[in-house]
Ligand binder design. Structure first.
Ligand code: KG4
Ligand code: ZN
Length: 330
Protein backbone atom coordinates (compact mmCIF):
# COMPACT_ATOMS: atom_id res chain seq x y z
CA UNK A 1 0.00 0.00 0.00
CA UNK A 2 1.28 3.47 -0.86
CA UNK A 3 0.18 6.94 0.19
CA UNK A 4 0.24 9.88 -2.24
CA UNK A 5 -0.29 13.57 -1.52
CA UNK A 6 -2.28 15.10 -4.38
CA UNK A 7 -2.27 18.82 -5.18
CA UNK A 8 -4.66 20.62 -7.55
CA UNK A 9 -4.41 24.30 -8.52
CA UNK A 10 -5.01 24.51 -12.27
CA UNK A 11 -8.19 26.59 -12.26
CA UNK A 12 -10.20 28.08 -9.40
CA UNK A 13 -10.11 25.35 -6.75
CA UNK A 14 -7.12 25.02 -4.44
CA UNK A 15 -7.05 21.46 -3.18
CA UNK A 16 -4.94 18.91 -1.32
CA UNK A 17 -5.71 15.26 -0.57
CA UNK A 18 -4.07 12.12 0.75
CA UNK A 19 -4.99 9.01 -1.23
CA UNK A 20 -3.85 5.40 -0.91
CA UNK A 21 -3.14 2.92 -3.68
CA UNK A 22 -5.92 0.75 -2.21
CA UNK A 23 -8.49 3.49 -2.94
CA UNK A 24 -8.87 5.24 0.38
CA UNK A 25 -9.07 9.01 0.71
CA UNK A 26 -7.38 9.63 4.09
CA UNK A 27 -8.10 13.37 4.10
CA UNK A 28 -9.00 16.05 1.61
CA UNK A 29 -9.59 19.79 1.50
CA UNK A 30 -10.90 22.04 -1.27
CA UNK A 31 -10.88 25.83 -1.08
CA UNK A 32 -13.16 27.22 -3.75
CA UNK A 33 -12.49 30.68 -5.15
CA UNK A 34 -16.02 31.12 -6.54
CA UNK A 35 -16.66 34.22 -4.41
CA UNK A 36 -13.48 35.94 -5.56
CA UNK A 37 -14.31 35.43 -9.24
CA UNK A 38 -18.10 35.83 -9.12
CA UNK A 39 -18.07 39.64 -9.61
CA UNK A 40 -16.22 39.12 -12.93
CA UNK A 41 -18.47 36.32 -14.25
CA UNK A 42 -15.51 34.01 -14.82
CA UNK A 43 -12.08 33.04 -13.52
CA UNK A 44 -9.53 35.88 -13.38
CA UNK A 45 -6.09 34.23 -13.73
CA UNK A 46 -4.16 36.72 -11.57
CA UNK A 47 -6.68 36.50 -8.72
CA UNK A 48 -6.64 32.71 -9.00
CA UNK A 49 -2.83 32.44 -8.82
CA UNK A 50 -2.64 34.71 -5.76
CA UNK A 51 -5.40 32.79 -3.99
CA UNK A 52 -3.66 29.45 -4.69
CA UNK A 53 -0.41 30.85 -3.26
CA UNK A 54 -2.21 31.94 -0.07
CA UNK A 55 -4.33 28.84 0.48
CA UNK A 56 -2.29 25.84 -0.64
CA UNK A 57 0.27 25.49 2.18
CA UNK A 58 -2.36 25.66 4.98
CA UNK A 59 -4.52 23.08 3.14
CA UNK A 60 -1.58 20.68 2.86
CA UNK A 61 -0.87 21.11 6.60
CA UNK A 62 -4.53 20.40 7.38
CA UNK A 63 -4.71 17.13 5.43
CA UNK A 64 -1.40 15.93 6.90
CA UNK A 65 -2.65 16.68 10.41
CA UNK A 66 -6.04 15.11 9.86
CA UNK A 67 -4.43 11.90 8.62
CA UNK A 68 -1.80 12.06 11.38
CA UNK A 69 1.03 11.72 8.86
CA UNK A 70 4.51 13.18 8.40
CA UNK A 71 5.94 13.88 4.96
CA UNK A 72 8.33 10.98 5.60
CA UNK A 73 5.29 8.64 5.58
CA UNK A 74 4.38 9.53 1.99
CA UNK A 75 5.32 7.43 -1.03
CA UNK A 76 5.02 10.22 -3.59
CA UNK A 77 3.81 13.76 -4.16
CA UNK A 78 1.56 14.31 -7.16
CA UNK A 79 0.56 17.71 -8.51
CA UNK A 80 -1.33 18.93 -11.55
CA UNK A 81 1.34 20.15 -14.00
CA UNK A 82 -1.13 21.29 -16.67
CA UNK A 83 -3.19 22.04 -18.66
CA UNK A 84 -4.64 25.10 -16.99
CA UNK A 85 -3.97 28.66 -15.92
CA UNK A 86 -0.19 28.77 -15.78
CA UNK A 87 0.12 30.93 -12.63
CA UNK A 88 -1.99 28.52 -10.61
CA UNK A 89 -0.39 25.40 -12.06
CA UNK A 90 3.05 26.76 -11.13
CA UNK A 91 2.01 27.40 -7.53
CA UNK A 92 0.95 23.76 -7.11
CA UNK A 93 3.79 22.22 -9.06
CA UNK A 94 6.53 24.29 -7.40
CA UNK A 95 5.09 23.46 -3.96
CA UNK A 96 5.10 19.76 -4.86
CA UNK A 97 8.69 19.98 -6.09
CA UNK A 98 9.81 21.70 -2.87
CA UNK A 99 8.11 19.04 -0.72
CA UNK A 100 9.47 16.23 -2.87
CA UNK A 101 12.98 17.62 -2.59
CA UNK A 102 12.79 18.31 1.16
CA UNK A 103 11.26 14.91 2.02
CA UNK A 104 13.24 13.04 -0.64
CA UNK A 105 10.11 11.58 -2.23
CA UNK A 106 9.28 11.04 -5.90
CA UNK A 107 7.44 13.80 -7.75
CA UNK A 108 4.61 12.75 -10.06
CA UNK A 109 3.48 15.42 -12.54
CA UNK A 110 -0.15 14.80 -13.41
CA UNK A 111 -2.08 15.91 -16.45
CA UNK A 112 -5.30 17.39 -15.00
CA UNK A 113 -7.32 15.61 -17.70
CA UNK A 114 -5.77 12.30 -16.68
CA UNK A 115 -6.91 13.09 -13.13
CA UNK A 116 -10.50 13.37 -14.39
CA UNK A 117 -10.08 10.35 -16.70
CA UNK A 118 -8.92 7.99 -13.93
CA UNK A 119 -11.10 9.41 -11.12
CA UNK A 120 -13.93 6.89 -11.71
CA UNK A 121 -11.50 4.08 -10.84
CA UNK A 122 -10.89 5.62 -7.41
CA UNK A 123 -14.55 5.22 -6.52
CA UNK A 124 -15.18 1.96 -8.37
CA UNK A 125 -12.80 -0.96 -7.82
CA UNK A 126 -14.55 -2.95 -10.54
CA UNK A 127 -13.92 -0.46 -13.33
CA UNK A 128 -11.25 -2.07 -15.48
CA UNK A 129 -9.65 -0.84 -18.69
CA UNK A 130 -10.69 -0.27 -21.41
CA UNK A 131 -13.62 2.14 -21.18
CA UNK A 132 -15.20 4.94 -23.15
CA UNK A 133 -14.93 8.25 -21.33
CA UNK A 134 -17.00 11.37 -21.82
CA UNK A 135 -14.87 14.10 -20.24
CA UNK A 136 -16.94 17.24 -19.87
CA UNK A 137 -15.72 20.21 -17.84
CA UNK A 138 -15.41 23.97 -18.06
CA UNK A 139 -12.33 23.78 -20.25
CA UNK A 140 -12.65 20.42 -21.97
CA UNK A 141 -15.15 18.39 -23.92
CA UNK A 142 -13.83 15.11 -25.22
CA UNK A 143 -14.66 11.49 -25.85
CA UNK A 144 -11.71 9.25 -25.04
CA UNK A 145 -10.93 5.59 -25.39
CA UNK A 146 -9.11 4.87 -22.12
CA UNK A 147 -6.91 1.85 -22.75
CA UNK A 148 -4.78 2.01 -19.60
CA UNK A 149 -2.80 4.39 -17.39
CA UNK A 150 -1.20 6.88 -19.78
CA UNK A 151 -2.95 5.33 -22.77
CA UNK A 152 -5.70 7.59 -24.01
CA UNK A 153 -7.03 7.72 -27.54
CA UNK A 154 -9.04 10.85 -28.29
CA UNK A 155 -12.10 10.05 -30.36
CA UNK A 156 -13.69 13.50 -30.31
CA UNK A 157 -13.17 17.03 -29.08
CA UNK A 158 -14.97 20.35 -29.36
CA UNK A 159 -14.41 22.66 -32.28
CA UNK A 160 -15.38 25.72 -30.20
CA UNK A 161 -16.75 25.81 -26.62
CA UNK A 162 -16.57 23.10 -23.98
CA UNK A 163 -19.88 21.86 -22.57
CA UNK A 164 -19.28 23.42 -19.13
CA UNK A 165 -18.38 26.67 -20.88
CA UNK A 166 -21.73 26.55 -22.73
CA UNK A 167 -23.49 26.10 -19.37
CA UNK A 168 -21.48 28.97 -17.86
CA UNK A 169 -22.14 31.31 -20.80
CA UNK A 170 -25.84 30.48 -20.88
CA UNK A 171 -26.00 31.13 -17.13
CA UNK A 172 -24.39 34.52 -17.68
CA UNK A 173 -26.93 35.37 -20.41
CA UNK A 174 -29.73 34.40 -18.00
CA UNK A 175 -28.15 36.45 -15.20
CA UNK A 176 -27.53 33.38 -13.04
CA UNK A 177 -23.98 34.17 -11.99
CA UNK A 178 -20.87 32.00 -11.85
CA UNK A 179 -20.33 29.05 -11.86
CA UNK A 180 -23.27 28.57 -14.12
CA UNK A 181 -23.71 24.81 -14.49
CA UNK A 182 -25.45 24.07 -11.18
CA UNK A 183 -27.59 27.24 -11.49
CA UNK A 184 -28.80 26.33 -15.00
CA UNK A 185 -29.56 22.79 -13.83
CA UNK A 186 -31.64 24.09 -10.91
CA UNK A 187 -33.59 26.58 -13.06
CA UNK A 188 -34.15 23.94 -15.76
CA UNK A 189 -36.11 21.86 -13.25
CA UNK A 190 -38.85 24.52 -13.35
CA UNK A 191 -38.96 24.87 -17.15
CA UNK A 192 -40.29 23.06 -20.22
CA UNK A 193 -37.44 21.51 -22.25
CA UNK A 194 -39.54 21.69 -25.44
CA UNK A 195 -40.67 25.32 -25.04
CA UNK A 196 -37.84 27.09 -26.87
CA UNK A 197 -36.71 25.86 -30.29
CA UNK A 198 -32.90 25.72 -30.07
CA UNK A 199 -30.37 24.27 -32.55
CA UNK A 200 -28.47 21.02 -32.03
CA UNK A 201 -25.11 21.82 -33.68
CA UNK A 202 -23.53 18.99 -35.71
CA UNK A 203 -26.48 16.63 -35.05
CA UNK A 204 -26.16 13.66 -37.37
CA UNK A 205 -22.64 14.56 -38.49
CA UNK A 206 -20.41 11.50 -39.01
CA UNK A 207 -17.40 13.20 -37.43
CA UNK A 208 -17.99 12.80 -33.70
CA UNK A 209 -16.82 16.29 -32.68
CA UNK A 210 -18.78 18.75 -30.52
CA UNK A 211 -19.82 22.35 -31.13
CA UNK A 212 -21.71 24.53 -28.67
CA UNK A 213 -21.06 28.11 -29.82
CA UNK A 214 -24.19 28.18 -32.02
CA UNK A 215 -26.34 26.88 -29.17
CA UNK A 216 -25.07 29.60 -26.86
CA UNK A 217 -25.83 32.29 -29.48
CA UNK A 218 -29.36 30.88 -29.86
CA UNK A 219 -29.81 31.10 -26.08
CA UNK A 220 -28.82 34.75 -26.31
CA UNK A 221 -31.36 35.39 -29.10
CA UNK A 222 -34.09 33.60 -27.13
CA UNK A 223 -33.35 35.74 -24.10
CA UNK A 224 -33.23 38.96 -26.14
CA UNK A 225 -36.57 38.14 -27.82
CA UNK A 226 -38.39 38.52 -24.48
CA UNK A 227 -40.76 35.77 -25.64
CA UNK A 228 -39.72 33.10 -23.16
CA UNK A 229 -39.39 32.73 -19.42
CA UNK A 230 -35.86 32.02 -18.22
CA UNK A 231 -36.72 28.59 -16.82
CA UNK A 232 -37.93 27.44 -20.26
CA UNK A 233 -34.74 28.74 -21.87
CA UNK A 234 -32.62 26.92 -19.27
CA UNK A 235 -34.56 23.66 -19.68
CA UNK A 236 -34.50 23.87 -23.49
CA UNK A 237 -30.77 24.64 -23.46
CA UNK A 238 -30.04 21.66 -21.23
CA UNK A 239 -32.16 19.38 -23.41
CA UNK A 240 -30.42 20.58 -26.59
CA UNK A 241 -27.04 19.97 -24.92
CA UNK A 242 -28.10 16.45 -23.90
CA UNK A 243 -29.33 15.68 -27.43
CA UNK A 244 -25.98 16.83 -28.83
CA UNK A 245 -23.96 14.80 -26.32
CA UNK A 246 -25.88 11.57 -27.02
CA UNK A 247 -25.68 12.06 -30.79
CA UNK A 248 -21.95 12.76 -30.66
CA UNK A 249 -21.33 9.76 -28.41
CA UNK A 250 -23.27 7.62 -30.86
CA UNK A 251 -21.11 8.87 -33.74
CA UNK A 252 -17.91 8.17 -31.80
CA UNK A 253 -18.85 4.74 -30.47
CA UNK A 254 -20.63 3.40 -33.56
CA UNK A 255 -17.38 3.73 -35.47
CA UNK A 256 -15.54 1.40 -33.08
CA UNK A 257 -15.62 -2.09 -31.69
CA UNK A 258 -17.87 -1.98 -28.59
CA UNK A 259 -16.35 -1.01 -25.25
CA UNK A 260 -17.66 -2.59 -22.03
CA UNK A 261 -18.29 0.61 -20.05
CA UNK A 262 -19.31 4.21 -20.55
CA UNK A 263 -17.80 6.54 -17.97
CA UNK A 264 -18.49 10.23 -17.44
CA UNK A 265 -16.11 12.58 -15.61
CA UNK A 266 -15.41 16.30 -15.21
CA UNK A 267 -17.49 19.05 -13.63
CA UNK A 268 -20.50 18.67 -15.95
CA UNK A 269 -20.77 15.03 -14.85
CA UNK A 270 -22.35 16.46 -11.68
CA UNK A 271 -25.48 17.26 -13.76
CA UNK A 272 -28.26 14.80 -12.88
CA UNK A 273 -30.17 15.23 -16.15
CA UNK A 274 -27.01 14.47 -18.15
CA UNK A 275 -26.19 11.50 -15.92
CA UNK A 276 -29.69 10.12 -16.40
CA UNK A 277 -29.50 10.47 -20.18
CA UNK A 278 -26.10 8.78 -20.30
CA UNK A 279 -27.32 5.94 -18.13
CA UNK A 280 -30.15 5.29 -20.62
CA UNK A 281 -27.74 5.51 -23.56
CA UNK A 282 -25.38 2.98 -21.94
CA UNK A 283 -28.23 0.61 -21.05
CA UNK A 284 -29.41 0.57 -24.69
CA UNK A 285 -25.94 -0.55 -25.72
CA UNK A 286 -25.46 -3.03 -22.90
CA UNK A 287 -22.58 -0.95 -21.59
CA UNK A 288 -21.96 -0.55 -17.89
CA UNK A 289 -22.44 3.08 -16.84
CA UNK A 290 -20.08 4.57 -14.27
CA UNK A 291 -20.24 8.10 -12.89
CA UNK A 292 -18.01 9.12 -9.99
CA UNK A 293 -19.62 10.60 -6.88
CA UNK A 294 -20.40 14.31 -7.28
CA UNK A 295 -17.46 15.40 -5.13
CA UNK A 296 -15.04 13.66 -7.50
CA UNK A 297 -16.59 15.26 -10.61
CA UNK A 298 -15.66 18.90 -10.11
CA UNK A 299 -11.99 19.77 -9.61
CA UNK A 300 -10.46 18.16 -6.56
CA UNK A 301 -7.11 16.85 -5.34
CA UNK A 302 -8.23 13.28 -4.58
CA UNK A 303 -8.35 12.61 -8.33
CA UNK A 304 -4.81 13.99 -8.70
CA UNK A 305 -3.59 11.88 -5.76
CA UNK A 306 -5.32 8.86 -7.28
CA UNK A 307 -3.74 9.44 -10.72
CA UNK A 308 -0.45 9.62 -8.78
CA UNK A 309 -1.27 6.25 -7.18
CA UNK A 310 -2.00 4.73 -10.59
CA UNK A 311 1.33 6.01 -11.90
CA UNK A 312 3.18 4.97 -8.74
CA UNK A 313 1.84 1.42 -9.17
CA UNK A 314 3.33 1.32 -12.65
CA UNK A 315 6.66 2.61 -11.30
CA UNK A 316 6.52 6.05 -12.88
CA UNK A 317 7.76 9.38 -11.52
CA UNK A 318 9.03 12.64 -12.98
CA UNK A 319 12.21 14.74 -12.69
CA UNK A 320 12.21 17.79 -10.42
CA UNK A 321 12.76 20.07 -13.42
CA UNK A 322 9.43 19.03 -14.99
CA UNK A 323 7.98 22.18 -16.58
CA UNK A 324 4.42 23.39 -16.01
CA UNK A 325 2.40 23.08 -19.24
CA UNK A 326 -0.43 25.54 -19.91
CA UNK A 327 -1.48 23.33 -22.84
CA UNK A 328 -1.12 19.59 -22.55
CA UNK A 329 -3.37 17.35 -24.65
CA UNK A 330 -3.86 13.86 -23.26
O1 KG4 B 1 -14.02 19.94 -13.83
P1 KG4 B 1 -14.35 21.31 -13.40
O2 KG4 B 1 -14.58 21.57 -11.93
O3 KG4 B 1 -13.27 22.35 -13.87
C1 KG4 B 1 -12.63 22.27 -15.10
O4 KG4 B 1 -11.64 21.51 -15.21
O5 KG4 B 1 -13.13 22.96 -16.02
O6 KG4 B 1 -15.65 21.74 -14.21
C2 KG4 B 1 -16.27 22.96 -13.99
C3 KG4 B 1 -17.39 23.10 -14.99
C4 KG4 B 1 -18.02 24.47 -15.01
O7 KG4 B 1 -18.18 24.87 -16.36
C5 KG4 B 1 -19.36 24.25 -14.34
O8 KG4 B 1 -20.37 25.15 -14.76
C6 KG4 B 1 -19.67 22.83 -14.78
O9 KG4 B 1 -18.44 22.16 -14.70
N1 KG4 B 1 -20.66 22.21 -13.88
C7 KG4 B 1 -21.90 21.85 -14.28
C8 KG4 B 1 -22.56 21.38 -13.12
N2 KG4 B 1 -21.69 21.45 -12.06
C9 KG4 B 1 -20.53 21.97 -12.56
N3 KG4 B 1 -22.50 21.91 -15.48
C10 KG4 B 1 -23.77 21.47 -15.56
N4 KG4 B 1 -24.48 21.02 -14.50
C11 KG4 B 1 -23.92 20.94 -13.27
N5 KG4 B 1 -24.62 20.49 -12.24
ZN1 ZN C 1 -11.22 19.88 -14.24
Amino acid sequence: MGIVLGIESSCDETAAALVTTDRRILAQRIASQDEAHAPYGGVVPEIAARAHAERLAPLIDEVMQEAGLEFADLDAIAATAGPGLIGGVMVGLVSAKALAMAADKPLIAINHLEGHALSPRLADADLDFPYALLLVSGGHCQILHVEGVGQYRRLATTIDDALGEAFDKSAKILGLGYPGGPAVERLALEGDPQAVPLPRPLLGSKEPHFSFAGLKSAVMRAKDSDQHVDADIAASFQQAAIDCVLDRLKAALDAKTPLPALVVAGGVAANQAIRGALEGFAAERSMRFVAPPMALCTDNAAMIGWAGCERLKTGQSDPLDFRARPRWPL
